[in-house]
Design a protein around this ligand. Structure first.
Ligand code: F6R
Length: 623
């Protein structure tokens, strides 16, 4: 949700700011802008639309300067127009500010400023109001102050004072024309990281924007303000106390976030899954005791044995992984497990027994609703663990322990590899808890074997990409897609439908297969394919009945099945996607990948912008 970059150093700022923005474009692409200070005036370029538009503006009319800020927007307040694009300015035109988040009380502040009669607003944004407020406080305090060093402190104070009046969330970067080589940042609820370089420093919403320049990073906490110069930085709290922060090494390199030869990040990430799934279980399988090792949970065996109930919470794809987890944990460990939409859970008075363990699942580790759910659950005194990909994320840092996915950066807006990693981790959790209870050595060993064979089986599934492309092209004229599955594969139907919605904009739904006859069958008609996830498992014959019901109503049928199921299905289904035989426990991971590919190829066939689907952004840091 919006990406911001700031730079102060000796190099030309614009190329660095623009390069950083390109890496953050997954966070929003409604408009983009840049402000660079050239001697004592701020040069800005901004426009509605993609960063490519901004690149052109800057190429036609370059900016000069060695410090500045930039922004890519996911619109909240105000339409995606040139006027609403960041950076925004104060009344003097000297202070430029970029913002990721929402200032909830912006209207009250705006009304108060308007009553003073000296403020003129040119946009509909909450951010411009904040820029005016900071600028006004700064201008008032700087009157008659000659010492330029004092101006730096006054600008930080002005931001602090303004933010004390603000209700809402923010990641901010700000420059002032009169204060050379100085940027100020602040965060509350929206991520902000400081990149520490040699004679240059950076601010960014995400390290991917700056990892090409430095891998030394300071992850700011909520209520931190940071004053950044070329060769130093100072962190303080909103309350004005000085803060100390450790410098961490970024886990990945600039190379890891390149698209390589793939046409889209989404396809690259789908193809990375044999490796990312392997990384999710690396060092976590205890072959001798046929269990899992998850040291990061920070819980003793005795504490784990006392867990009487589990809540899995997350949003979107992470929620679907949680739904698979619910089946897995109940099946393997016999612990009652609930899945809760984080956005509902955080505001709901869910009855929870004292022995409940909560998991917040989030690829980015920054999703506002999941973070809200984590905090609410901790406030009530429940141990709350994270399942995150982004190691330095707020959820990872604030949870009481957890399991990292180690899936590597996921840039495609549609989540793919993070989902399979989440499911594998939830399998490990089920295995660990199960082996502490009734799950036998033999059953544990069977699950480990199934997990270990996954990467090779995924390689086989990926070889189906061309066949799946042909199927997707055949159905490109469809009005929508229905997905059906049972048990562990029901959430896969939901996840596949979400992928199709997100990147093709076609209407799609996922349902338990047996629900068909309770209403959904009314939708079935030629032109609307039904995709059944129907491996040859204990419920295969029941799935067959459902497939026949669709066939009888002339609905096109695609099935994802296993080799042994294919024989029976080839007469009934219009198209078959055959995945390797595998234990039921790992089938969701094997069956989701062909459906990710189906959604991808369908979107490409429809000419959609796969990595930047309309209206979406990755890492949803607003509620
Ligand atoms: C779907 C998708 C979203 C995210 C959701 C949660 O493809 O990307 O539904 O899964 O916004 O994001 P994280 O996992 O970062 O909390």
């Amino acid at each position: 949700m919006c990406g911001i970059v700031g730079y102060v150093g000796k190099a030309d700022a614009a190329p660095i700011l623009l390069d950083g923005l390109r890496r953050l474009e997954y966070r929003g692409y409604d408009s983009a802008g840049i402000a660079v200070v050239n001697h004592d005036h701020v040069e800005t370029r901004k426009c509605a639309g993609r960063i490519s538009g901004l690149l052109k503006l800057v190429a036609d009319d370059p900016t000069n300067g060695t410090y500045g800020i930039s922004h890519t927007r996911w619109a909240t307040h105000g339409k995606p127009t040139d006027q609403n694009a960041h950076p925004h300015f104060d009344e003097s035109g000297k202070l430029a500010l970029v913002h990721n988040g929402v200032i909830e009380n912006f209207q009250e502040i705006k009304d108060a400023l308007l009553r003073e009669g000296e403020h003129h607003f040119t946009s509909e944004t909450d951010t411009e109001v904040l820029a005016h407020l900071v600028g006004k406080i700064y201008d008032d305090s700087a009157v008659g102050v000659a010492d330029p060093r004092r101006h730096k402190a006054l600008l930080v104070e002005a931001l602090r004072s303004a933010l004390q009046q603000v209700i809402g969330t923010y990641g901010i970067a700000m420059v002032h024309a009169d204060i050379p080589d100085f940027i100020v940042g602040a965060r509350r609820g929206s991520p902000l990281v400081l990149g520490v370089g040699k004679d240059e420093n950076f601010l960014a919403s995400d390290v991917s924007a700056i990892v090409a320049y430095t891998r030394d990073a300071v992850y700011l906490n909520d209520f931190d303000l940071v004053a950044v110069e070329r060769d130093k930085f100072e962190i303080s709290s909103l309350a004005g106390e000085r803060g100390e922060h450790a410098i961490s090494k970024v886990e990945f390199t600039a190379e890891d976030i390149k698209k390589g030869d793939y046409p889209h990040y989404m396809l690259k990430e789908i193809f990375e899954q044999p490796g990312s799934v392997r990384d999710a279980m690396r060092g976590r399988l205890n072959l001798e005791e046929c269990t899992a090792k998850l040291g990061g949970l920070n819980m003793t065996p005795a504490q784990l044995r006392e867990v009487g109930r589990i809540v899995l919470t997350g949003c979107g794809t992470a929620l679907h992984a949680g739904m698979v987890g619910e089946y897995l944990i109940e099946q393997l460990a016999n612990i009652p497990t609930e899945v809760e939409y984080a956005s509902e859970f955080r505001h709901r008075n869910t009855p929870m027994a004292n022995d409940t363990l909560v998991f917040a699942i989030s690829q980015s580790g920054e999703t506002a609703d999941t973070l809200g759910a984590l905090r609410e659950s901790q406030r009530k005194g429940f141990r709350t663990l994270g399942i995150c990909n982004n190691v330095a994320s707020t959820i990872a840092r604030e949870s009481d322990g957890g399991v990292y996915m180690h899936a590597g950066p996921e840039i495609g807006v549609a989540a793919t590899k993070s989902f399979t990693s989440q499911v594998v981790i939830l399998t490990l959790i089920g295995l660990l808890l199960g082996r502490m209870r009734h799950l036998s050595t033999a059953a544990g060993s069977r699950i480990i074997e199934a997990l270990e064979s996954l990467p090779d089986k995924l390689e086989q599934v990926l070889k189906l990409s061309d066949q799946i492309k042909t199927i997707a092209q055949k159905y490109a004229e469809s009005t929508g897609v229905l997905f059906f599955g049972r048990q562990l594969n029901f959430p896969i139907a939901l996840e596949a439908a979400l992928k199709v919605k997100e990147i093709t904009y076609l209407y799609s739904e996922g349902h338990p297969s047996a629900e068909l006859k309770h209403g959904i069958i009314a939708l079935v008609r030629p032109g609307l394919p039904s995709i059944f996830i129907a491996p040859d498992d204990a419920l295969f014959s029941k799935n067959l009945n459902n497939i026949e019901q669709v066939r009888a109503r002339k609905g096109p049928i695609i099935t994802v099945t296993t080799e042994s199921g294919a024989g029976k299905l080839k007469e009934i289904a219009d198209d078959l996607i055959v995945v390797p035989e595998a234990d039921d426990v790992v089938m969701p991971v094997l069956s989701v990948v062909p459906l990710q590919l189906f959604a991808y190829h369908l979107a490409v066939a429809l000419g959609r912008d796969v990595d930047k689907p309309r209206n979406l952004a990755k890492s949803v840091t607003v509620e």
